[in-house]
Design a protein around this ligand. Structure first.
Ligand code: ADP
Length: 170
């Protein structure tokens, strides 16, 4: 049984992430999407919120499940019984970072193999950080994030705008 783990921050899930999940799911027996706490990145959504957003998106994929994790990614993959780590590649910059991480991970856990999927061309410009910037400025996110993620972003930023407006009035 091949268990693969797709780890990431997913703050929030984008259509680029979903594309990687949907393309990996038929290749393996089970795919675990691992949501990394990643306090260093100061995520916009809490760990629980990020898990829920991914859970809602993968409803139709029977062999995919979601789990949150803290600590070393390779330790999480081992706990999940994974043999393969999945990552997505967009540009050269992704490659350099992934290459560096892959070599470190191989040192830490030589039994785990890395499988990188190239982004689909329509998603190559997509990143969670860019999505957050566009959402903050009220831009249209159609086709870039699942609908429920767009709603969550809108709610998060309208709450922030409301708070800021309230402060100005004081
Ligand atoms: P991390 O903090 O681990 O980079 P991300 O949520 O930003 O977490 O990304 C998780 C994985 O998904 C990474 O391998 C990243 O390269 C990949 N990824 C992100 N956006 C895209 C995209 N548009 N197309 C393909 N892969 C992507």
């Amino acid at each position: 049984m091949t268990i693969a783990v797709y780890p990431g921050t997913f703050d929030p899930l984008t259509c680029g992430h979903m594309d990687i999940i949907e393309r990996t799911s038929p290749l393996v027996d089970r795919l675990v999407v691992g949501i990394y706490e990643n306090p260093g990145k100061r995520p916009l959504f809490s760990l629980e919120e990020r898990v829920k957003l991914v859970e809602e998106a993968i409803g139709g994929l029977a062999n995919v499940r979601v789990e949150a994790f803290k600590g070393l990614t390779v330790d999480f993959i081992r706990r999940a019984g994974g043999r393969v780590m999945i990552r997505g590649l967009r540009a050269n910059s992704d490659f350099e970072r992934e290459f560096e991480m892959a070599l470190m991970n191989r040192k830490l856990a030589p039994e785990i193999e890395l499988l990188c999927l190239m982004t689909s061309s329509q998603y190559q410009f997509l990143s969670s950080s860019l999505i957050k910037e566009v959402a903050k400025l009220g831009g249209c996110l159609d086709g870039m994030v699942p609908d429920h993620v767009a709603i969550a972003l809108k709610q998060r930023f309208s709450a922030a705008i409301g708070l800021a407006a309230g402060k100005d009035e004081q």
